[in-house]
Design a protein around this ligand. Structure first.
Ligand SMILES: [Zn+2]
Ligand SMILES: [Zn+2]
Length: 366
C-alpha cells in the first residue's frame, strides 16, 4: 500500500512536468466525461483526385511564381516561393543601440536562411499512410538529403544555415491550404527557440544525471509499457507522459543518433515504416484524414562534437483532434493564459492508439 494508492490518475486532477521544455500541463481526466456543445468542424472531403490541374504542387503545373513543376515521379524539393527567411537582405547591426533600455526590451537578432517545399509524391491524393512503404522511404531519404546538402552549402559555400526545421502541416485544421502531400524545411542562421529549449534541457540533464534524457526516458517507458504505441528495431513511439495535444506522440530513436545524417539504410526504412504505421492509426482513429503538425528535432547543421553528444533524433506529432473527425482542441482561455490542459490522460490516449490497426488504412477497407 503506497501513499498514492488512493490517487486515481484517471479521475483526479494533477499536473505533469515536461522535462524537454521545462513546463507543466494540467491534467483533468474527470472532464473527459462531460458532453460537448461546442464547434463542429465540417468533415473533409474523403477523396481527392490523383491529379488536380489547379494544384500548384502537382507535376507539370505552374506555381504562383510562374515556375512550372517538372513531371517528377518520386519526391520533389524546391525553394518556397514565399519564404519566411531569405538568403540576402540588408545587414542588421544587433549592437547598434545607444539606449540601454532599448537594448533590454527590444532585443533583436538578424536571421537569414532559406525555405524549401518537399512534395512527398507526384500523386495529389496519397498522404503518408497511403503511400507504399518504398515511397515513404524516399521521403525519409529526401529529409536526409536536405540535411546533408544544406550542411555542405553552409560549410563549403558559406550559406547562413545553422538549423534545419523539417516539418509537415497536414489538413485545413492546421492551416494547410493544399491537400497535396508535402512538407517543408525552413533553414535558419539561428537555432529556433523550441529546439534551443530542448538542447538546454538535454545538457542540464546530462550534467545532473550523466545519462541522456531521451535514452533514460525511453528506457523507463519500455519498462512501464503504458504509453508505448509502436516499436521496431530502431524507434519507439510513445504518447509522452506530459503530452498536451490529445493524441500527441513522440517518435524516438533507440540508438544515439544525433541527426538523420547518421541513419543507415535499415534505420531509414524503420523510420519510414513506423511513421506509416502511426499515421495509419491516426487516420483509423476517427476514420478521417487525420490533421497534425509534425516535425524532426535533431542536431544543428555542422554540429560540434558537444552538440552531437547533446542532440538525440526524435519527431513530434501534434494532432488537434479530440473526440471525432469534427471536434478539435483549441489552446485558449486557461491554456493561453495559465498553462496547457488536457482531459484524456496520456495512458488512455496510448491505449486507444495501440488498439487501432496500423497496417490497413480504413479507406482500403471501403
Ligand atoms: Zn497536387
Ligand atoms: Zn523535440
Amino acid at each position: 500500500m503506497t501513499r498514492n494508492s488512493h490517487f486515481d490518475f484517471t479521475d483526479n486532477s494533477h499536473r505533469r512536468y515536461n522535462p524537454l521544455t521545462d513546463s507543466w500541463v494540467l491534467v483533468s481526466p474527470h472532464r473527459a466525461k462531460r458532453p460537448w456543445l461546442g464547434q463542429q468542424e465540417a468533415i473533409a472531403k474523403p477523396t481527392e483526385p490523383e491529379f488536380d490541374s489547379k494544384c500548384y504542387l502537382c507535376p507539370g503545373n505552374a506555381r504562383a511564381s510562374g515556375e512550372v513543376n517538372p513531371k517528377y515521379t518520386s519526391t520533389l524539393i524546391f525553394s518556397n516561393d514565399f519564404p519566411a527567411v531569405k538568403l540576402e537582405q540588408p545587414r542588421l547591426y544587433e549592437d547598434d543601440y545607444h539606449n540601454s533600455l532599448k537594448r533590454r526590451f527590444m532585443k533583436t537578432q538578424s536571421v537569414e536562411g532559406n525555405c524549401f517545399v518537399l512534395c512527398f509524391s507526384p500523386k495529389h491524393n496519397l498522404t503518408l499512410p497511403l503511400l507504399p512503404l518504398d515511397d515513404v522511404v524516399n521521403v525519409v531519404e529526401a529529409w536526409k538529403k536536405l540535411y546533408v546538402d544544406l550542411g555542405k552549402e553552409a560549410k563549403q559555400n558559406g550559406k547562413p544555415y545553422k538549423y534545419i526545421q523539417i516539418f509537415e502541416n497536414k489538413g485545413s485544421a492546421m492551416g494547410c491550404s493544399n491537400p497535396h502531400p508535402h512538407g517543408q524545411a525552413w533553414c535558419c542562421s539561428t537555432v529556433p527557440s523550441e529546439v534551443e529549449k530542448e538542447f538546454k534541457s538535454f545538457a542540464k540533464y546530462t550534467s545532473e544525471h550523466s545519462g541522456n534524457l531521451l535514452a533514460d526516458y525511453v528506457a523507463l517507458e519500455r519498462k512501464e509499457r503504458e504509453r508505448i504505441v509502436l516499436e521496431n528495431d530502431s524507434f519507439v513511439v510513445v504518447v509522452p507522459y506530459w503530452a498536451v495535444w490529445p493524441f500527441e506522440t513522440l517518435v524516438v530513436s533507440k540508438a544515439h543518433l544525433s541527426s538523420i545524417a547518421e541513419f543507415n539504410d535499415k534505420q531509414q526504412r524503420d523510420l519510414a515504416s513506423i511513421v506509416k504505421k502511426l499515421t495509419t492509426k491516426y487516420d483509423n482513429l476517427f476514420e478521417t484524414s487525420f490533421p497534425y503538425s509534425m516535425g524532426l528535432h535533431q542536431a544543428p547543421l555542422n554540429a560540434t562534437q558537444e552538440e552531437k553528444n547533446t542532440a538525440w533524433f526524435h519527431m513530434h506529432f501534434y494532432p488537434p483532434l479530440l473526440r471525432s473527425a469534427t471536434v478539435r482542441k483549441f489552446l485558449v482561455g486557461f491554456e493561453l493564459l495559465g498553462e496547457p490542459q488536457r482531459d484524456l490522460t496520456a495512458e488512455q490516449a496510448a491505449k486507444r492508439l495501440v488498439d487501432l490497426d496500423g497496417d490497413v488504412h480504413y479507406a482500403e477497407k471501403l
